[in-house]
Ligand binder design. Structure first.
Ligand code: COA
Length: 181
């Protein structure tokens, strides 16, 4: 149930690299540890969520990360990137929602909704007309959340976690255009 919580959402900067690295690794582990081997998970985390890699992503003008904080504590993040869209994406002017994670303590409490609103606003602001993403086919909660927010399934692609080849569903939704008011 949504709660009245002092949540803020801001654009992350290179100075957030360490905190984002910690948050990203923690929430990824929390989400996927139960359904994957420790080795596959460790390999993926070590390659993906180092502070150095986070810093270079944060310094890349094609990428934007929103940090959700509750009372100053990092509780979620969303990562938008102007990547080459997956072949299944059919919408015009697409931008990718590459990562979208909220700390487990805050699930079901409306914060993910606020974060999605920030993502959609930013997508519109940068001129995108489509938001697309890949989500593990076994991540039923995230798929339900994305459906609730207007995403539809348009295809699939392989996703490699360590040595495990998995299937991500590709989803997209229209965004914008900005209104005049
Ligand atoms: C995905 C995520 C951001 C959604 O935020 P949330 O606060 O949990 O979302 P909500 O509770 O509003 O919505 C989730 C929906 O899934 C439903 N749901 C809950 N558990 C579920 C389950 N095990 N299977 C299927 N649906 C489920 C909820 O009932 C809700 O639908 P409803 O509002 O119609 O009842 C959040 O769960 C999260 O951060 N998960 C871990 C990270 C993750 O998986 N990110 C996506 C990577 S692509």
């Amino acid at each position: 149930m949504p709660v009245d919580v002092r949540a803020t959402i801001r654009v992350a900067t290179a100075e957030d690299a360490e905190r984002l690295s910690e948050l990203a690794a923690r929430t990824f582990r929390e989400t996927f540890a139960a359904d994957n081997t420790a080795d596959d998970l460790a390999a993926y985390l070590a390659a993906t969520f180092t502070p150095e890699r986070q810093r270079s992503e944060l310094e890349d003008s094609r990428q934007r990360v929103f940090l959700l904080e509750t009372d100053g504590v990092a509780a979620g993040y969303a990562h938008l990137t102007r990547s080459t869209p997956d072949a299944a994406v059919t919408g015009e002017a697409p931008v990718e929602l590459a990562r979208f994670y909220v700390d487990g303590a805050w699930h079901g409490r409306g914060l993910a909704q606020q974060l999605m609103r920030a993502v959609v606003d930013e997508a519109v602001r940068i001129g995108a007309r489509t938001l697309w993403l890949g989500v593990w086919e076994r991540n039923a909660r995230a798929i339900a959340f994305y459906r609730k927010h207007g995403f539809v399934d348009v295809g699939s692609h392989p996703f490699v976690l360590g040595r495990d080849v998995q299937t991500d569903r590709i989803m997209q939704r229209p965004v914008g255009p900005p209104s005049d008011d």
